[in-house]
Write a protein that binds this ligand. Structure first.
Ligand code: ATP
Ligand code: MG
Length: 589
């Protein structure tokens, strides 16, 4: 039942997204000259605050927990927070929310710094760490104890959860709730000094055990963890909880607008409660604003699940090009521009929804169409000998680097008597709709000549091994000499000039729209077994030998590709970023 509901909601949201996409495309076309943009609800709040003089400058922040690599959802949050900082001439801080020493690691810190920089953003001043504020947080905890708003609880974790009640039933007060301030201070010092074992006691805020908001039922502020921290080392054996860290860190940094995802909406009263108890007049008081997190179809997004994929070797690492991580997308060939366009198209919503992964693919395709160098690569080669082309002769034919951008210029492609074309571009016999090469018919070789197939050579099993063709020397450059028409245009590569390259064709990692929505099944059961196909010995034109890691190309008529970092001089490896939307027929008009 729940699942069906989820499915229905899912389909509805896919449809809405598609509708929105079409509308946006129309709108972009209509509005491009007017340059008008309607404000999202967060921009409205900011403009209002600036207008009313509540703030003279806005400060936002991006607060990742360094417990995994960032994913496309984080990219949305980065683009939103830094984007607001930029567009209102404000500032954006980068702050690591590092209060969970056991799960965190410098490897993650480094990858996050790299991802934010790669997206093209600069944080204000130094990188911040919540752990830099541990001393201040400790002082505030003492203040709360002294003011009678916090107490040390001896109950176990299970006892605390059991006594918390339910949303419709009030919780029970802890038997330790009315300890004296002196006792609480003494016990809290002992917690801090390492006299107690993990889990033996916690510090809790004294709020309201019958609040309808479960987060207000005496939430835990500090727990004991004898764990080494990647920055503070062994200095602390008590660590503050997220809720007792986040708002205070915002406050310390004078963040004006603390933007987070919807699941924190219920935490907002607590965020405000803690601020109420430490706030000093005249200082900037941060405001928490929630927006809907990004969910993508055919994807899982939580860091925990992504870590499971990495640890279980379902993928080759956090930056596997099939992963929705920023590093995976980068390796796959995505560009910062395409992620920004995608984020813009998704917009900022107040209600949860699921975005069609097709919208992400659309965004990179659009960008690469404008930005990617064209080259010719034959993925599944079939040898073609042009019998009337002189043996030993070579010539260089000019080819356009990008028909969408003249400034990218031209290059020269070598042509000779033996070339490769794609196997699938030839059929001995085919109906009239097959515009590629058939026995006895003529096609254009891109930038080269018209050729006609005269003979098919097969091995003893009947497999086609070679075609014998003739060319029309008057059709040089692919132009018709006498007005006669050929419908098909094929890409090709000169055999003796070709380099062998490896191509990695990626498909979606999951073959279910919402892999983690099934109650009775683990998301890993929906992994697509065909998400990676490796093709060796593809034939590439010589121009591609210049490729450097991260360079992007359109292999004409095939797809967009980017050079993988695993490449070396002996072997170039290309990742398929995204397939082409249009067939070449349309493009070459
Ligand atoms: P996950 O739940 O995917 O593991 P997280 O929320 O635990 O991620 P954090 O490092 O705590 O990850 O997140 C840093 C910031 O990124 C937070 O402000 C969080 O709200 C935001 N964020 C995380 N996931 C998304 C998402 N899917 N869409 C938009 N923002 C996100
Ligand atoms: Mg989190």
């Amino acid at each position: 039942m729940l699942y069906n509901l989820y499915k229905a909601q899912f389909i509805l949201s896919l449809r809405n997204n598609l509708y929105r996409l079409i509308k946006m495309t129309d709108k972009n076309q209509n509005d491009s000259s007017e340059n008008k943009k309607s404000l999202n609800f967060i921009e409205q709040i900011i403009e209002e605050d600036l207008k009313l003089g509540k703030h003279t400058e806005i400060i936002t922040r991006f607060p990742p927990e360094p417990n995994g690599y960032l994913h496309i959802g984080h990219a949305k949050s980065i683009i939103l927070n830094f984007g607001l900082g930029n567009s209102y001439n404000g500032k954006t801080n980068l702050r690591f929310d590092d209060t969970n020493p056991e799960k965190e690691d410098v490897e993650y810190v480094d990858s996050i710094l790299e991802d934010v920089k790669w997206l093209g953003f600069n944080w204000d001043g130094e990188v911040h760490y919540a752990s830099d504020y541990f001393d201040q947080l400790y002082e505030w905890a003492i203040k709360l104890i002294k003011d009678g708003f916090a107490y040390v609880d001896d109950q176990t974790g299970e006892e605390i959860s059991a006594s918390r009640g339910t949303p419709t039933r009030p919780g029970n007060k802890s038997p330790y709730r009315n300890r004296s301030v002196e006792d609480n201070l003494e016990l809290f010092y002992r917690m801090k000094n390492g006299d107690l074992k993990d889990g033996e006691k916690v510090l809790r805020a004294k709020i309201d055990m019958s609040s309808p908001n479960m987060h207000m039922r005496d939430p835990v502020m500090y727990r004991i963890k004898h764990a080494h921290h990647h920055r503070t080392g062994d200095k602390w054996c008590i660590y503050p909880m997220y809720d007792f860290t986040h708002g205070q860190s915002d406050y310390i940094e004078s963040i004006t607008h603390s933007i987070c995802t919807l699941e924190f909406e219920n935490h907002r009263p607590l965020y405000d409660w803690f601020l109420d108890h430490i706030y000093e007049k005249g200082r900037i008081r941060p405001r928490q604003i929630e927006f809907a997190r990004l969910n993508l179809s055919y994807t899982v997004m939580s860091k925990r699940k992504l870590a499971e994929l990495v640890e279980g070797n379902y993928v080759i690492g956090w930056d596997d090009p099939r992963m929705p991580t920023i590093s995976g997308l980068r390796r796959r060939g995505y560009t910062p521009e395409s992620l920004k366009v995608f984020t813009e198209k998704v917009g900022i919503a107040k209600r949860e929804n699921i975005i069609d992964v097709g919208l992400l693919e659309f965004s990179i395709r659009e960008h690469l169409n404008k930005a990617a160098q064209r080259v010719m690569v034959v993925l599944d080669p079939l040898k073609v000998t042009i019998t009337n082309y002189p043996e030993g002769q070579n010539e260089l034919l000019p080819a356009v680097n990008n028909p969408e951008d003249e400034t990218m210029g031209k290059r020269e492609v070598p042509f000779s008597r033996t070339i490769y074309i794609e196997k699938e571009d030839f059929k001995e016999e085919a109906n009239r709709k097959f515009f590629r090469l058939k026995l006895g018919s003529e096609v254009r070789l891109r930038y080269a000549y018209f050729i006609t197939c005269n003979e098919v050579i097969k091995d003893k099993d009947g497999n086609i091994t070679e075609l014998l063709c003739t060319y029309d020397p008057l059709s040089k450059g692919g132009k018709s000499p006498d007005g006669r028409k050929v419908k098909g245009t094929l890409h090709w590569v000169s055999a003796k000039h070709a380099s062998d390259i490896e191509v990695r064709q990626y498909d979606r990692l999951f073959n279910d729209e919402a892999p983690d929505s099934h109650k009775d099944k683990n998301f890993k059961e929906f992994i697509n077994p065909d998400s990676l196909t490796i093709i060796e010995n593809c034939k590439a034109e010589p121009f591609l030998l210049k490729a450097k890691a991260g360079d992007k190309y359109q292999f004409e008529r095939k797809a967009y590709f980017t050079l993988d970092k695993d490449s070396n001089k002996e072997k170039l490896i290309f990742n398929r970023t995204v397939t082409l939307r249009d067939s070449w027929k349309k493009q070459s008009k």
